[in-house]
Design a protein. Sequence first.
Length: 259
Amino acid sequence: MVRVKSPAALIRAALFLLGGLALYGQTDLEILRRADSLASYYDTDFSAEYTIVQDKPGQSRSTTVAGVFRRDSIETYVIVIMQPAISRGQGYLKQGETLWIYDPESRRFNTTSSADRFQNTNARNSDFTRSTLAEDYRIVAGEDAVLGRFTCRLLTLEAVTTEVTYSRMKIWISEDGLVRKTEDYSLSGQLLRTSAFPDYYQIGNRFVPKRVLFEEALLGAVIDGKFVHERTQITVNKPSFSRVPDSTYSKTFLESVNK
């Protein structure tokens, strides 16, 4: 005797085949694409002042202040270090797939990786650019989840390119389409880093994180018998969508900052 599936089972199967209809009737892929669009600014420049506070257990807290300038339409950004004094004038220039770092003492540019740590913090160079998760990853699972006060869609992602910083991710996207938390994993499934995005500025129809909190899973120190993780907090100040001069996105600009 052939067993006929119940209507509920058929509905669940249909939803799975569609990619998982979730928040507001969207598929998981649509949700991920919307999260990308809210974290990217293709029709305008973006600039802000970032205060980056690094806490390494057993060491003194360090603070870096940087000016960040992005033009997502041509996949470029410039970062200028303003504090501390020892690092003032150091800069980063991303042009497409190439990322340059400028040393004002030697007056030389060297290439670096987007996956490298930014100024020895728990932020990565890739954290400062536009979001392309829907291009770089495939969705392998999706489920509804509650994260504090947020109702979210929790997506599990696997990279489809070797150019990304992390091979696997979990991402919590709230009903408004904004990323609230991510977990970054190695290819073997080892948790490497957790990131939180607790609140955002809304400027017109655009959104900018007010704070980003990073916690390393494997880096830290034992303090008073307890393992304490390395943490970094980025606070975004003075966000602006005013146009930035074309000359800002150049090596010449970074060289001129120190003259």
